[in-house]
Write a protein that binds this ligand. Sequence first.
Ligand SMILES: C[C@H](N)C(=O)N[C@@H](Cc1c[nH]cn1)C(=O)O
Ligand SMILES: [Zn+2]
Ligand SMILES: [Zn+2]
Length: 476
Amino acid sequence: MAAPIEFLQFVDDNADAFIQRLSDAVAIPSISGDASHRGDVVKMAEWLNDHLKAVGVETQLVDLGKHVMDGEELNLPPAILGRIGNDPKKKTVLVYGHFDVQPANKSDGWDTDPFTLTIHEDGRLIGRGSSDDKGPVLGWLNILQYHFQSNKELPVNLRCCFEGMEESGSEGLDDLVKKESQPGGWFDGVDCVCISDNYWLNTRTPALTYGLRGLAYFKLTVSGPGRDLHSGVFGRTVHEPMTDLVTLMSKLVDGQGNILVPGIDEMVEPPTESEKAIYERLDYSIADVEQSAGGQIAISSNKVDVLMGRMRYASLSLHGIEGAFSGVGAKTVIPAKVAGKFSIRLVPPQTPELVEPLVKAYLEAEFAKLNSKNKFSIESLHGGKPWLADVNHWNFEAAKAATRAVYHQEPDLTREGGSIPVTLTFAESLGVNVLLLPMGRGDDGAHSTNEKLDRSNFIEGTKLLGTYLYEVAVIQ
Ligand SMILES: C[C@H](N)C(=O)N[C@@H](Cc1c[nH]cn1)C(=O)O
Ligand SMILES: [Zn+2]
Ligand SMILES: [Zn+2]
């Protein structure tokens, strides 16, 4: 069933109002990983909850309890459960998204204030969360607004699950999803799940995504001196924590992306020739990766190797060093305590439980080789398992039909290099197919400076998500 022409017209007619609403959402700096912004994540939950109620959705703000972040006990932001429609003749679709964002400061290199949605004349809507994931979440709201205002029933029963901790490990959500998937729970009767929280591979071809990498995030701490020291007084007289830490971090990954921790890369089966052909067929080039990275830095000139590096293999990235001197100028300090942060993106059959002991044992052995008198500790901050779906399911067929109707193109079938830990929990707890239906393009710069969502992706993406619901309603 095609989406009603009135729906498509409504989306076009209300495009400016939808962008204003996205601007209001971006203005709330709902950074889940920064304790000082926890109130903003809660404010964002309340904002979204009010907007959902205003378009006829029955909602519940669920308290997820407390957690400890950077040594501080904090209340977790509430998750939002929503439902509309309970017609046994209709399919029931669960949509998931997140309303928290990554940190952003103008001083990171943004051209404009990250929390002021800046509308560029070429159509870019620039602001933190525009693409990841406030734009897609508001896409669902736009669809609901049409049905509410025109007094039309949705073609399916809809269930929503929106969270405010995705960028920080989705703490508390797995238990809620498991509980609500039980008979009589909020998600009882769900037939399929749709998540719009990733990106096309390139800037031209819509995509459906059937895989996500998992994540194992580590913090490696080295300390020794009782306080920061003067390097002129203590240089070459004490074991320096930063020297030990940098040595250890240099032993994790090489310049070609190979993971040096024994046993991790080895867990993954080499690809077959037919699997390589899947990557060969994708509409992608080295120019695409270099354009979205903003530099001519692709690790290989072979497209298949680059794509498999992102989708098919694990990767290890070094993120930062807490406690190190990082300001301007030339401070001659020996930091007393430094903590290196790194993470591993996981692919099947890897899981955090399998990988974490290997990383810990390896780093302990490498630290012992340093003969340092400093103290060393390694902890896991958060993790999530990888996920793969069956693309031969009607859920994917409905999304393909919707893509053809809205974009007049065949979608790419992709695996995402990023992670959305709750995806596998939905798949396992509900026992239904999960689909990722991205709204944004590969060059949106999620997690980066000048994150953007193109106006056309927001507007056509809203039509796509709406049309998908109509296709699900009729597909056998
Ligand atoms: C793909 C999704 N939009 C996303 O960005 N997920 C994050 C999840 C995460 C886990 N730890 C911190 N963030 C990601 O892949 O980094
Ligand atoms: Zn996201
Ligand atoms: Zn993200």
